[in-house]
Design a protein around this ligand. Structure first.
Ligand code: FEO
Length: 403
């Protein structure tokens, strides 16, 4: 890859990560992910904003681009770390060896993390909210934006060029040939649609109240480009990604899309037998319904759909007196991600005894779910069970539609 010119003296140095690994060791990235770092050159000094991790050739790719910018000879003045997660700092030890005099600027809270992760203390200087540095015709200003998505996170703003370097915020999964939103192909735009929402649901959703706080804090800032550390640089429509993130963050407490996500699992088909009736009932009110079978579908994709949907249907059998284990895993993730206050119903079969519902009730309470009802039955579903499932899903959809 070549460095991308964002403005006079401002460049993106990026790496494309393939699909072999899981992101954060948990989330699949079938379309890969970008690691973006940035170079800002003033007339006197040069700063690098964020790093990469030595992952799938990222360090070498970024090194080559730094060579092209003549910024790889120990001649960088500042390393600005907006966020300490290792996908943006993993290459730090090697970087500091190559740039022994670089001054590392970060938030107060990041100082200890730099020490713990990389045993580096020299030349580390915490910056304050609103503090600026002058590179010579290029001013960088720092904004503390805690918990988007770690407590130490901050953003860096290039004042003269009005570029916001937002690190994880406003990011997306996916690998893109083009750097900027206004030069994407149709295929890339389609990919970006899905991969922004899945990234948000997987990585950021838990911190939605902080996202809203951060967006409010930056509301008066003139922004010509949003430059996140994953995904594309938003140059054509920077306001679009900010508004999009605001909508995604709003899903936490609502309102959300008038859609229903049906998450179901079955051991021998007795719970599966009700799925078509539930789907038909929900669709009969004109709502869009997402149907996801687990564990066949990875939690990443389940979370994406559940996050946006006003309605949540859980279909699962009892397994050894408790919830079906793959569904426990899903509900645990949904709860952690603050999927809450959804209109909900549950259905499922049991053999010798029930038990799933009792455990589900605990999740239901913690997640503040508004449960319209339960269809639970021993063995196989009767015609009456099927009718009840249809009617319950229809009623749930009606309530969502009319809310
Ligand atoms: Fe892309 Fe929170 O690291």
């Amino acid at each position: 890859m070549k460095p991308d010119v964002m403005a006079d003296g401002i460049y993106r140095v990026a790496a494309k990560i393939g699909n072999r690994d899981l992101f954060e060791g948990i989330w699949p990235i079938p379309h890969g992910v970008m690691l973006n770092a940035y170079i800002v050159k003033g007339s006197e000094k040069t700063a690098m904003i964020d790093l990469v991790k030595d992952w799938d050739g990222a360090s070498e790719a970024v090194d080559r681009q730094l060579d092209e910018l003549d910024s790889n000879n120990g001649n960088l003045d500042f390393l600005i770390l907006n966020h300490m997660e290792p996908d943006h700092t993993g290459a730090m030890v090697a970087f500091v060896e190559k740039h022994p005099n670089v001054e590392i600027l970060c938030s107060d809270k990041a100082v200890a993390l730099i020490r713990h992760f990389y045993k580096i203390e020299k030349n580390v200087r915490p910056v304050k909210d609103g503090e600026t540095i002058d590179l010579g015709g290029k001013t960088l200003k720092f904004f503390m934006t805690p918990n988007i998505h770690w407590p130490e996170t901050m953003m860096t703003y290039a004042v003269e060029d009005r570029i916001l370097f937002s690190c994880d915020a406003f990011g997306s999964f996916g690998q893109y040939e083009h750097c900027f939103d206004d030069e994407l192909t149709l295929r890339e735009r389609t990919l970006l649609e899905g991969e922004t929402e899945r990234y948000y649901a997987n990585i950021v959703s838990s911190f939605s109240s902080f996202v809203l706080r951060g967006i409010a804090k930056l509301a008066d800032l003139p922004i010509s480009q949003v430059a996140p550390s994953h995904g594309v640089v938003w140059r054509g429509e920077p306001e679009k990604i900010i508004a999009w993130y605001k909508s995604l963050a709003t899903y936490m407490d609502g309102p959300r899309e008038k859609e229903i996500t049906v998450i179901w699992s079955s051991m021998y088909g007795n719970t599966a037998a009700l799925v078509p009736f539930v789907v038909e009932g929900a669709e009969s009110e004109g709502l869009k319904v997402h149907v996801l079978e687990i564990p066949q579908t990875h939690a990443s994709f389940v979370l994406e759909k559940a996050w946006r949907s006003e309605g949540l249907v859980i279909g699962m059998p009892t397994y050894e007196y408790k919830m079906f284990p793959p569904m426990y895993h899903i509900l645990d993730l949904l709860e952690r991600s603050h999927v809450q206050k959804r209109k909900t119903m549950r259905f499922g079969s049991f053999g010798w005894s029930g038990g799933a519902q009792k455990q589900f009730d605990v999740f239901s309470e913690t997640m503040k779910l508004d449960c319209v009802g339960v269809v639970e039955y021993q063995g196989s579903a009767t015609e009456e069970d099927k009718k009840r499932a249809y009617a319950m899903a229809k009623e749930m959809a009606r309530q969502i539609r009319n809310a």
